[in-house]
Design a protein around this ligand. Structure first.
Ligand SMILES: NC(=O)c1ccc[n+]([C@@H]2O[C@H](COP(=O)([O-])OP(=O)(O)OC[C@H]3O[C@@H](n4cnc5c(N)ncnc54)[C@H](OP(=O)(O)O)[C@@H]3O)[C@@H](O)[C@H]2O)c1
Length: 258
């Protein structure tokens, strides 16, 4: 498991342990049992996908690699494709049977620099010698709440004009990753797309955040300019068809600290 100390990765580790699998997490920083990233029952080993340090030891004896790595700053973004190339090469060398990468819905069409870095990461997987499945997920509940509740301390709740998301809980993303990691058949085209149970207009997300914060405050509607705004307003982050996720945004928010 690469990225198993991160937000989504921790839920993947928990889901894999719950299903009875042995889990080894590679990380640059090994968590101690008192830390949030630690999951009892997982093995943690130090490795860095960019430098390659510790990779072959981390992958020795592994059947399936799940990658939920991330890097958001300019320099770190570059590491996504380098890391993917290093990780898949080491996986092929170690005889890993399958790799599963977490990506984003329509990432190859998105106008953000971050999307381009993720698309390059996907290509590194597709071009690799390892059997790969890419799971493209809609935005996490955390991300939508991160926007809508960003100024909650100032009693302002942010809506994006004309934008709806279909957010998904990281626990549902973890189920999807484990399903494709363990199923006998690879999905058509080596890719699956998963979204949350509901399409939520940002106004509704902002109202839910206000409710969560005690019900007081003003909703501020912000326009999203340019090609990013168009991408959002056209609903290119949505996943039409049967939803995969079961945890609704409001129910998830209810469980978050106030
Ligand atoms: N946020 C969303 O709405 C959304 C939606 C769909 C898909 N996704 C995708 O979900 C993935 C996971 O996101 P997240 O928010 O869970 O990420 P995160 O919390 O930032 O976690 C990133 C992980 O990457 C690891 N990492 C970074 N550099 C590393 C390196 N050089 N070597 C080894 N490990 C390294 C970190 O481990 P250490 O620091 O412990 O080494 C950490 O476990 C991303 O790829 C993102 O594109 C996100």
């Amino acid at each position: 498991m690469a990225g198993g100390t991160g937000l989504a990765g921790r839920d993947v580790v928990a889901e894999a342990l719950r299903r009875g699998y042995q889990v080894r997490v590679l990380s640059r920083n090994i968590p101690t049992p008192d830390q949030q990233a630690f999951r009892h029952g997982a093995e943690y080993v130090r490795a860095d996908v960019v430098s390659g340090e510790g990779l072959s030891q981390a992958l020795s004896g592994v059947d399936v690699v799940i990658d939920t790595l991330d890097g958001r700053t300019g320099k770190a973004r570059k590491f996504l494709s380098t890391g993917a190339a290093n990780l898949t090469a080491a996986a092929a060398g170690a005889g890993v049977k399958r790799a599963v990468l977490l990506s984003i819905v329509n990432v190859d069409q998105g106008p953000l620099a971050y999307y381009r870095a993720k698309a390059a990461q996907e290509r590194a997987y597709s071009d690799s010698a390892t059997n790969t499945v890419i799971v493209r997920a809609a935005q996490f509940h955390n991300l939508v709440a991160g926007i809508a509740c960003a100024a909650s301390k100032a009693r302002l709740f942010i809506s994006l004009r004309g934008v709806s998301f279909q957010p998904i809980a990281t626990t549902d993303v973890a189920r999807a990753l484990l399903d494709v990691a363990t199923t006998a058949e690879l999905p058509d085209g080596g890719m699956v797309t998963v979204g949350g149970p509901d399409v939520i207009p940002m106004r509704e997300a902002a109202e839910a955040c206000r409710e969560h914060a005690g019900g007081k405050g003003r909703i501020v509607t912000v326009p999203v300019p340019g090609s990013v705004g168009r991408f959002f307003r056209e609903g290119r982050m949505l996943t039409p068809g049967d939803p995969f996720g079961t945890v609704k945004f409001k129910d998830w928010l209810e469980l978050q600290p106030r």
